[in-house]
Design a protein around this ligand. Structure first.
Ligand code: LFR
Length: 487
């Protein structure tokens, strides 16, 4: 059977056809398109209509290659961002990018009205200024008349599903990223929203991952040559689809979904909402098959992506392989940064921000490109170690092995650093975990896969895992002691 997945990340989107046969899934990327945010005056937006256009183009190309074989379509995207629709379902604005600066200070405004711990005990979600809750509050504080016109709130994948099917619905995993969902009641946290004077009437009904949302609208089918196939909500949050496809066989593992962000955590049967997770700012996002994802957002390869863009602006176009090679040749463990320091969220010049952090903390300032990238990669690995330590503390058990999935598995230096910094073996792969999860959850909805365990078995049968054993751990232990001083 064949399924079509759209996986939209903060840098690019892809249309991938997956074929499930004899307990294995094979992937064919039929289309890849850039997802470039657009800065207009002081704000940063997603180009939602362009993205929908690209989705239709991907559909057209998938149909051109596979014809009537495609059984269903599923979309996943990054979390937290949303669109507001007004009368006659028009977009009231281009959806804002989560790195837009208008949410600065909004979280603190929210705490004045509802205490921070109350928000956490209601939602179980970590505090990040990018959360939809604070983005929606920013609308109320800064553009109240626009918010008053809103008839519907749709998270990004929900928006595209609406454009494809005409059905307004929300999917559970993406809904949890808002910090507006109450995992205990299984509904939007309406009381919390009311306390913040936010309308909950605009929120659509929430469906579990693997729900058939509707069928492709006739006009979209006509435009693309597709059949009127079902549109299925996979785990609509990209990280949830990726975690579903972690090829783990044994319990007690840590996963890292590695891309622009590194999402570092464990799968749990229910949210862990207590003093520890509040104090350490961990999150409980929704997962597949009744699970939750207890994790932490670590600023991931964003650091390297932004350094690369800065070098490009200085006239040097370097690919990731070259940059990583330069880092490999630099001296180890000289200077370290906290990757999640607010100064790295969206700096104008990432290498300069890294240098500034080192200078202000009295460390040698990395000078060459290799030194800067090495500092970023080592600091990421040490942050993973910190998250691992804290999770073991919260769960009161040892996590024996680390699974890294996603695009970041291609960075072998970072995989090795992760093994070294954590003193745990690392199993890397698959690189396409998100697409695999998306496709196989569609297969689950169509009764071709029976359980999450079977889904993971299919992933294991469909990819090679690369093993990294820890080396040179004493130097990393020493570096870790220094690193935690910067947090
Ligand atoms: C990863 C991701 C993270 C989310 C961040 C922002 O692509 O979805 O899980 O916290 O993007 O939406």
């Amino acid at each position: 059977m064949r399924f079509l997945a759209f996986d939209l990340g903060a840098e690019s989107g892809r249309a991938i056809v997956g074929t499930l046969r004899d307990g294995r899934v094979t992937l064919d990327e039929v289309y890849r398109f850039p997802n470039e945010p657009v800065r207009v005056l002081d704000n940063l937006y997603w180009d939602a209509l362009r993205l929908f256009h690209e989705i239709k183009k991907g559909l057209l190309l998938a149909v051109a290659r596979y014809g009537r074989d495609i059984q269903s379509i599923g979309i996943d995207t990054w979390g937290v961002d949303f669109a507001l629709l007004g009368e006659k379902d028009i977009l009231l604005s281009n959806p804002y990018h989560y790195r837009d600066s208008r949410t600065q200070g909004v979280m603190e405004e929210a705490f004045k009205r509802v205490p921070q711990d109350k928000i956490f005990y209601r939602t179980g979600i970590q505090f990040m200024p990018i959360n939809s809750l604070y983005q929606l509050l920013a609308y109320r504080l800064q553009q109240p008349s626009l918010l008053a016109q809103a008839k519907a709130f749709l998270m990004m994948p929900d928006l595209f599903n609406f454009f494809l099917t005409g059905q307004k619905a929300s999917e559970f995993t993406i809904a949890t990223t808002t910090q507006m969902y109450d995992p205990r009641s299984g509904d939007w946290a309406r009381e919390l929203l009311t306390s913040l004077e936010l309308p909950s009437s605009i929120l659509p009904e929430i469906h579990p991952p693997g729900t058939i949302l509707g069928t492709l609208l006739p006009q979209v089918a006509k435009e693309t040559g597709a059949r009127e196939v079902p549109v299925i909500a996979p785990a609509s949050h990209d990280t949830a689809s990726a975690v579903a496809a972690v090829p783990a066989q044994m319990p007690d593992y840590l996963y890292i979904s590695s891309g622009t962000w590194s999402l570092v955590g464990v799968e749990v049967p229910e949210p862990v909402i207590n003093q520890d997770t509040l104090r350490l700012n961990f999150t409980n996002e929704g997962g597949v098959a009744g699970t939750f994802r207890l994790l932490k957002n670590v600023v991931g390869l964003w650091l390297v992506q932004e350094c690369r863009r800065a070098f490009e602006r200085q006239g040097e176009i370097l690919d990731y392989t070259t940059l990583t090679q330069m880092a490999r040749e630099a001296r180890p463990l000289v200077s370290l940064v906290d990757p999640d320091h607010p100064s790295f969220l969206n700096p104008e010049d990432m290498p300069a921000a890294i240098q500034k952090f080192c200078q202000e903390t009295g460390q040698p300032v990395p000078q060459s490109k290799g030194e800067i990238i090495r500092c970023a990669l080592e600091s990421l690995a040490l942050k993973y170690r910190w998250v691992l330590d804290k999770l073991e503390e919260i769960l009161r058990k040892r996590l024996h092995v680390i699974h890294i999935v996603g695009g970041g598995t291609k960075n072998e230096l970072l995989c090795q650093f992760t093994a070294d910094a954590t003193n745990r073996p690392v199993l890397a792969g698959p690189v396409e975990a998100t697409a695999m999860g998306n496709l196989l959850i569609q297969a689950m909805a169509l009764k071709q896969v029976n359980s999450l365990a079977e889904l993971r078995e299919i992933v294991r049968n469909s990819c090679e895992l690369k093993v990294y054993e820890p080396q040179d751990t004493s130097a990393w232990e020493e570096a870790y002691r220094k690193f935690v001083g910067f947090l």
